[in-house]
Design a binder for this molecule. Structure first.
Ligand SMILES: [Zn+2]
Length: 168
């Protein structure tokens, strides 16, 4: 079965019992969760977040710099006031460097691609808790993030499904 076929089939099942079509646009719990795109993580299920309650912003690594555009929209237009930053164990972002990826793409695709990719910082990291602390600090000191925002850093453990709050 192709991906579109599978989506249509699974969606029919989902939509058949769907009864939350009347939710408000702003997240009811006023929470933003920033987390990695890692396929092993289910943020809503692992944190008990129901539909309509939070903005879940995902990217490679759960890096806040990459999420900033969405965070600003979420805070200024949709009223969120708390940010939870999650980075996780065994993250792919600890397996390469920006320079390595840039070189790989330059080798594979040539100079035009190299010119484009050399402008991208892939925001990899080496130490899990340090990267969480870095991202919390980044948000706390960013002039476009609202001053009264509660910002808490976390690690998620893909081996156990458990989360741990990171002190900072
Ligand atoms: Zn990851």
């Amino acid at each position: 079965m192709s991906t579109p076929q599978r989506f249509v089939k699974r969606n029919e099942i989902y939509a058949a019992t769907f009864n939350k079509g009347d939710l408000a646009l702003p997240p009811s719990k006023k929470i933003i969760v920033v987390t990695c795109m890692d396929a092993r993580i289910d943020p809503a299920a692992s944190l008990g977040i129901e539909l309509g309650e939070a903005h879940i912003i995902r990217n490679a690594g759960g890096r806040v710099e990459d999420a900033l555009r969405s965070i600003i929209i979420s805070q200024r237009l949709l009223g969120t006031r708390e940010i939870a930053v999650f980075h996780h164990t065994d993250c792919g972002m600890m397996t390469f460097t920006t320079q390595e990826l840039q070189s790989k793409i330059a080798d594979e695709d040539g100079p035009e691609a190299a010119n484009l990719v050399n402008r991208i910082d892939f925001l990899e990291f080496t130490k899990l808790e340090e990267s969480v602390k870095h991202d919390v600090k980044y948000l706390q000191s960013h002039p476009l993030v609202l001053k009264d925002t509660t910002i808490i850093g976390w690690t998620y453990h893909v081996e156990s499904g458990k989360v741990t709050q990171v002190d900072h």
